[in-house]
Write a protein that binds this ligand. Structure first.
Ligand code: FAD
Ligand code: NAD
Length: 476
């Protein structure tokens, strides 16, 4: 018998579970289908983000940062630790506990919201129906139907033929969250968000990390000035970031992975104990659609949607990593809320100009809005202001002098167009900038706002003042 709902959400990652909860809050009879299972074979909600993405990576970043601080950072405060040691198994156990607590928390949230949960693989068939192959009872197919369907099937790591995964030696980000020991020599293909974050984790724990990045520029989506500052800082920490390095081959030599690559200086090769492939992610659109179900995809197989996440089929929406735009958890969640509101008949939209990006290195790199190079290429007349953390009292008190805040605003309207931060807690500081851009604030609005002293956020105030030559604690 076909079970009927107002809405079926396929996928319980940050896009899908948030959409499902909001649909249920709005009084819609909602089902959510998800196929993720943890290593014990049990359902585990939260998708990539909670299981093998945002959360476990941040847990390891925190542990490795504390270890590194105990080794080197505390001395300056007059604190000595006899000998810091890392117990990788205990660190992983803590990370798994954090993941387990949060994934079961999502199950609880869906239950209290009265979202009916199905564990299994969903296939979209025509007539707004979903064929469900339950994970546990292999052969029993179930059909669900709904007036509206939200696809939130997420993404998977891109694989490279030149660096095929090999147990214990070549892995993707998921494997790199589960190393049992600290590799002495760690290679990473790709110096994007994953490469930099996981490279930081293992480098702080003692690995010699080499990142091979195909592009000549470093984090091209970030403001060039801030990206260059970050590149210098991260290199100083020991991350060996090699730009313009095109991968040629990988092969095993005993217990080592030999990577051959090419730069403008010619061919080179390097041996590693482990290699992480972190070259981007691709949408999970392939196993989703039944043969007769027609849904338009773009050339990279993202499900084609408009600004309201409507697909080419009526009443079928797609959100999160499976559609265009940055592959970020919060972007997917906001799309989920927008779609739920619109299904319930309310007006809602997502401000795609105000999506914050953060790379959780130390110091962190965070930005929102346009970069200086974006503005130049779009011929937008701009003013800029910046403030170095060196001049921040709080940053000095914290021993966190590295970095800066940069604000870009429109020359005529003074409207804030972009904010770019390299510095400790940039991930938290950027929220002020996101609010400013969302509320269409000017730098004058920020200038007229009072910031508590001593805080890192005063750097945003000073950068805004600097736009008009009014900064107090630096020369204008
Ligand atoms: P997903 O989280 O991928 O969830 C999709 C769900 O759908 C999965 O549970 C999947 O099993 C299920 N599914 C797929 N197909 C089917 C089907 N046919 N039937 C049933 N179920 C199906 N983003 C950030 O914003 N901040 C970070 O700090 C961050 N760190 C990251 C670190 C790493 C190592 C990685 C890999 C990613 C990170 N990301 C981060 C990206 C973030 O994880 C994704 O943007 C986010 O998870 C996308 O959410 P989603 O709901 O669209 O998809
Ligand atoms: P990415 O797109 O951020 O970086 C991949 C990098 O690999 C790019 O710089 C690319 O030029 C490089 N590359 C591609 N092919 C290559 C090759 N053959 N040789 C060498 N370099 C190559 O992707 P990612 O780091 O894999 O992360 C995947 C997604 O997950 C991203 O979209 C990101 O937004 C998301 N993520 C976000 C966070 C965060 O928000 N803090 C953290 C991790 C991941």
């Amino acid at each position: 018998m076909t079970k009927k709902f107002d809405v079926i959400v396929i996928g319980a990652g940050p896009a899908g579970y948030v959409a499902a909860i909001r649909c249920a809050q709005l009084g819609l009879k909602t089902a959510c289908v998800d196929e993720w299972q943890n290593p014990a074979g049990e359902p585990s909600l939260g998708g990539t983000c909670l299981n093998v993405g945002c959360i476990p990576s941040k847990a390891l970043l925190e542990s490795s940062y504390l270890f590194h601080q105990a080794q080197t950072g505390l001395m300056d405060h007059g604190i000595s630790v006899a000998k810091a040691a890392i117990d990788v198994a205990a660190m992983m156990k803590r990370k798994n506990r954090v993941v387990g607590d949060l994934t079961s928390g999502i199950a609880g949230l869906l239950k209290t919201s009265k979202v009916e949960l199905f564990h299994g693989h969903a296939r979209l068939v025509s007539g707004k129906q979903v064929r469900l192959k339950p994970r546990r009872s292999k052969n029993v197919l179930q059909t669900l139907a709904a007036d509206h369907i939200i696809i939130a099937t997420g993404s998977s790591a891109v694989r490279l033929d030149r660096a095929k995964l090999k147990k214990d030696f070549i892995c993707d980000s998921t494997g790199a969250l589960d190393f049992e020991t600290v590799p002495e020599r760690l290679g990473i293909i790709g110096a994007g968000a994953i490469g930099l974050e996981l490279g930081s984790v293992w480098s702080r724990l003692g690995s010699k990390v080499v990142l091979l990045e195909a592009m000549d520029s470093f984090i091209p989506a970030a403001d060039t000035q801030v990206a260059q500052l970050a590149l210098r800082g991260l290199k100083k920490q020991g991350l060996d970031i090699r730009l313009g390095a095109r991968l040629l081959t990988t092969q095993m030599k005993g217990q080592a992975v030999v990577v051959e690559y090419e730069t403008s200086a010619g061919k080179r090769s390097e041996e590693f104990d482990k290699l992480i492939v972190a070259v981007g992610r691709k949408p999970n659109s392939d196993l989703l659609l039944d043969e007769e179900m027609k849904l338009e995809l773009d050339e990279r197989r993202f499900i084609l949607v408009n600004e309201f996440c409507e697909t080419s089929a009526p009443d079928i929406y797609a959100i999160g990593d499976v559609v265009r735009g940055p592959m970020l958890a919060h972007k997917g969640s906001e799309e989920g809320i927008m779609v739920a509101e619109r299904i319930a008949g309310h007006y809602a939209s997502v401000n795609y100009d105000a999506i914050p990006s953060v790379i959780y290195t130390h110091p962190e790199i965070a930005w929102v809005g346009k970069t200086e190079q974006d503005c130049k290429s779009l011929n937008i007349p701009i003013k800029t202001g910046s403030f170095p953390l060196l001049a921040s009292g709080r940053a000095r008190a914290m021993n966190e002098k590295e970095g800066m805040v940069k604000i870009i605003s429109h020359t005529e309207t003074d409207r804030v167009l972009g904010v770019h931060i390299y510095g400790t807690q940039a991930s938290e500081l950027i929220a002020t900038a996101v609010s400013a851009i969302t509320m269409e604030a000017s730098t004058e609005d920020i200038q007229l706002t009072m910031f508590a002293h001593p805080t890192l956020s005063e750097a945003i105030h000073e950068a805004a003042l600097h736009v008009d030559g009014r900064a107090i604690h630096i020369k204008n």
